[in-house]
Design a protein around this ligand. Structure first.
Ligand code: F6R
Length: 579
């Protein structure tokens, strides 16, 4: 949550910072701000979206600056609570991503020593602590401040009259971009893509001293070398490319991102790890939890291996006994709960694997091995192409355990994904956009698919939706079925087809309109439901993908019909870096 960006070099910093913040806006978008080192520290910060307030930055000068886009944790979204925060004299400015847990105590002490606070944020204490230690040496002042902080941070600090940024990270991500006589810093790689492909992923505990064209990284007071890595994304991937929303673009990119993830394959170390496991535990949150659950429903019957799936947020407090391989599934690789669970699995001596879309992210640093998805940057807050790319990685594991039995299925699956992108779902959209509540139901692997369909619907359209295992609906939720409560049911041939068809009839008997996803040509199913949406009659693995994509489109078009802010749904942020 929250995105930070810094620039030091030969360009005017303001446009670089604003452009960078726009790329990071998916991390939080309730307010934004920048500070530059001009003749003094110049600050502009504003409640609301960058596009609504960016005109105010005109006039900020200097080739050194820092910026922030916020997802509020301490203090409501407001101009005053927006970052950057400054010290009493306005000579020092900081931006911060993370949470300072002991800020209350620090604030009381600082106020007792005469500091005046202007915001309700935890971050402001950092500016005042640096002020107390600042005698013209910003690096020394930051170094003296950091040991006083408890919690998580990625911090950028500037001081007046100094072409310098001091960057520090502990448990929040921070990447440096190395350009030609210019250095960038950001919460992730996306703001850097325009300028450089050379990046340094800072480690927890690192402090970096940045000057035009030069950087030094310290750890524990000593200079350290951090490797320069090359980014495997390009800037075009971060543009909307003529689509109305990033989300739609990303839905349409799925044939390619799925194919690329399959094509990248699994390296030898990961192969060995997967083949040696006699039990697998997956930890994940949100959409990633749903892909993990889909894996369970696929891997247990197909590969006969016990699979346990745990929510990252519960794992820390209710840690199950662990055996075998632990896999953390996380698009961003920065989800606090998933990272905490991964660390606990590691502490219990489980071999650990990270499945992520983010090269250099924290999960890749914690886990023994990484399986990198090839989804490219996902800007829409709602996960779409990262969901199917996660499924690609997890289906690869299923395939590996089944000795390549699904090689052919997986190498052609992208074609079926492409087919369903063209599916007409207008009638279903019309029904859902008039509803207050929508149920999504399925059995087996279609149960997590239904949960994901419901999550997409509620997060971007704000229509209340529930994903249920179809058989559970009559154990309570049936009380909610009315002619105004659509049920979206996934019902494809297989052992549960008959019982699903009976469930659908029971729902119809309660007058709930039923939208069914079934295989093309299933006229029997089409006859008993109100709206029938065909998906290709293919292997179960592919049906899981195609059904999911149709449900993404249903949520997307419903949200558009209701004129929602599809790419930036209210109250959310893409990367949830707080517990
Ligand atoms: C929903 C969504 C979230 C994330 C969740 C975990 O569309 O994107 O539910 O899936 O916050 O994020 P990652 O995968 O980055 O760990």
């Amino acid at each position: 949550m929250c995105g930070i960006v810094g620039y030091i070099g030969r360009r005017d910093a303001t446009p670089v910072l604003i452009q960078g913040l726009k790329r990071l806006e998916y991390r939080g978008y309730d307010s934004f701000g920048i500070a530059t080192v001009g003749s003094a520290i110049e600050v502009y910060k504003k409640n609301g979206r960058i596009s609504d307030g960016e005109a105010g930055v005109v006039g900020l000068r200097g080739c050194t600056g820092i910026g922030h886009t916020r997802w509020a944790t301490h203090g409501e979204p407001s101009d005053l609570n927006a970052h950057p925060h400054t010290d009493c004299s306005g000579r020092i400015a900081v931006v911060h991503n993370g949470v300072i847990e002991n800020y209350g105590e620090l604030k009381r002490q600082l106020a007792g020593r005469g500091h005046t606070f202007r915001s309700e944020t935890d971050t402001e204490v950092i500016a005042h602590l640096i002020e107390e230690h600042y005698d013209g040496d910003l690096l020394a002042a930051v170094n003296a401040t950091l040991p006083l902080l408890r919690g998580s941070y990625a911090v950028l600090a500037i001081a007046e009259d100094t072409p310098q940024i001091v960057a520090a990270r502990d448990a929040s991500p921070l990447v440096l971009g190395v350009g030609d006589a210019e250095i960038f810093a950001a919460s992730d790689m996306t703001p850097l893509l325009e300028y450089t492909e050379r990046v340094i992923f800072l480690e927890d505990g690192d402090v970096a001293d940045l000057a035009p064209g030069r950087y030094t990284v310290y750890h524990g007071g000593q200079t350290v070398e951090r490797p320069i890595e090359l980014i495997n994304w390009c800037v075009e991937d971060t543009r909307k490319g003529g689509f109305a929303h990033y989300m739609l673009k990303e839905i349409y990119e799925q044939p390619q991102s799925f194919y690329e993830t399959i094509r990248a394959g699994i390296d030898e170390h990961v192969r060995q790890m997967v083949m040696e496991a006699d039990e697998i535990t997956l930890v994940a949150c949100g959409t990633s939890y749903h892909t993990a659950l889909a894996f369970k429903y696929l891997a247990e019957p197909l590969c006969n291996i016990p699979v346990r799936v745990e929510m990252g947020s519960e794992f820390k407090y209710f840690t199950p006994p662990l055996r075998g391989l632990a896999i953390a599934v996380s698009q961003s690789g920065e989800t606090a709960d998933t990272i905490a669970a991964l660390k606990m699995a590691k502490a219990r001596n489980c071999p650990t694997l990270a499945i992520t879309n983010m090269q250099g992210s924290t999960v890749t640093r914690v886990a023994d091995e990484t399986l990198l998805m090839r989804a490219g940057p996902e800007i829409g807050v709602a996960a779409t192409k990262s969901y199917t790319a996660q499924l690609a990685a997890l289906m690869e594991i299923v395939n590996l355990r089944c000795e390549g039995a699904f090689d052919d299925v997986l190498s052609h699956a992208h074609l079926a994904i492409g087919d369903v992108l063209l599916q007409d779902i207008n009638e279903a959209v019309a029904l859902c956009s008039k509803a207050e509540h929508v149920f999504f139901v399925g059995r087996g692997a279609f149960y997590p698919v239904s949960m994901e369909g419901a999550l997409k619907m509620k997060e971007i359209s704000y229509v209340h939706a529930e994903g249920y295992a179809a058989g559970e609906l009559k154990h309570g939720p049936f009380a909610l079925l009315t002619p105004e409560t659509p049920v979206v049911a996934v019902c494809t041939p297989g052992p549960t087809y008959g019982v699903m068809a009976s469930n659908i009839k029971e729902m119809k008997a309660r007058k709930a309109p039923v939208i069914a996803l079934g295989v093309a040509g299933d006229t029997e199913l089409a006859e008993i439901v109100d709206i029938f949406i065909p998906i290709p009659n293919t292997h179960l693995l592919v049906q899981v993908l195609t059904a999911s994509v149709v449900l993404q489109l249903l949520a997307y078009h419903t949200a558009c019909a209701l004129q929602r802010d599809v790419d930036k749904p209210r109250n959310l942020a893409k990367s949830v870096t707080v517990e």
